[in-house]
Design a binder for this molecule. Sequence first.
Ligand code: AFP
Length: 312
Amino acid sequence: MGEGINDYTQKLIDLRRHMWMAGVEVELRRLIWQIAVVGKYISAKIHEANRKQAGFKNVYGEEQLSLDRASDEILKNQLGFSGFVREYASEEQEGIVKLGDGTEKYIVTADPLDGSSLVDTNLAIGTIIGIHRESVFATGRATLVGALYITYGPLITMVYSAGKGTHEFVLNREGEYMLSEESIKLKERGSIFSPGGLRRDWTPAHRKLVEQLETSGYKLRYSGGFVPDINQIIIKKGGLFTYPALQKSPQGKLRLLFELQPMAYLMENAGGAATDGREDILNIKVEKLDQCSPVYIGSKTEVQLAKQYLSA
Ligand code: AFP
């Protein structure tokens, strides 16, 4: 059968079948599935809250930011019913929340709605999830057994890894997450970069790296949403996202546990890398829940270049 736009030879594999075929252990695949389902309800909240659709003056400030809290509540409650989660930690919670009797297998970390300040602009935003077997006060490499993000954009897509590759699914009209890209593999190098922060706050090393990327013809891609900006690098199979140490905030802005560890896990499972400029993101020990870290994440060539500039 010829190629063309009506080639129906694509295997139709949904999320549950894919995880079963990939040999993901049963409790982990049920948990990932339940989190993916929550993504549908968070998406509904986004549409509900974005009152532009209803012709009302759009809400700003407090009510709009309550989307973060609503998303967090939905996620926390559903994880509490799952039977697989003993603890939950999120950007919206003060501390670690006990969800079970302590015998459940997993600890889940979440940035329930990253980029919520972009809701009124109709730009893509997302949910970031880390799934741990042991205490999160360790390195990601020691505790993470799975990670995923959901991108709420023109399509709702979900990218997950359970340690056996990184895979993308698209939510179809029937409400099924269908496999769209399996075992995503980044090229050695890409052609896009995200600079992060304000130029006037950059350290000299970061400035030199950005100038080198610009001189080499890399195109600037920065939406202000961590999830779509990372997703672009994964789906375009290369490039570099940075949110650097800044003069006034040497640890940068992004949170190690809730944002950087899951994305580093997904990127490494797609053949990429992630560093704070010196050491791998997944080798940095989490000392406190809201710990931040500078980040350089993407294809290996650019991450290596960043290390050269940042450790010079
Ligand atoms: P919000 O969740 O407050 O919108 O912040 C989004 C974010 O944490 C992350 O998604 C972006 O990569 C980063 O901030 C953008 O930060 P700047 O606005 O400083 O560029």
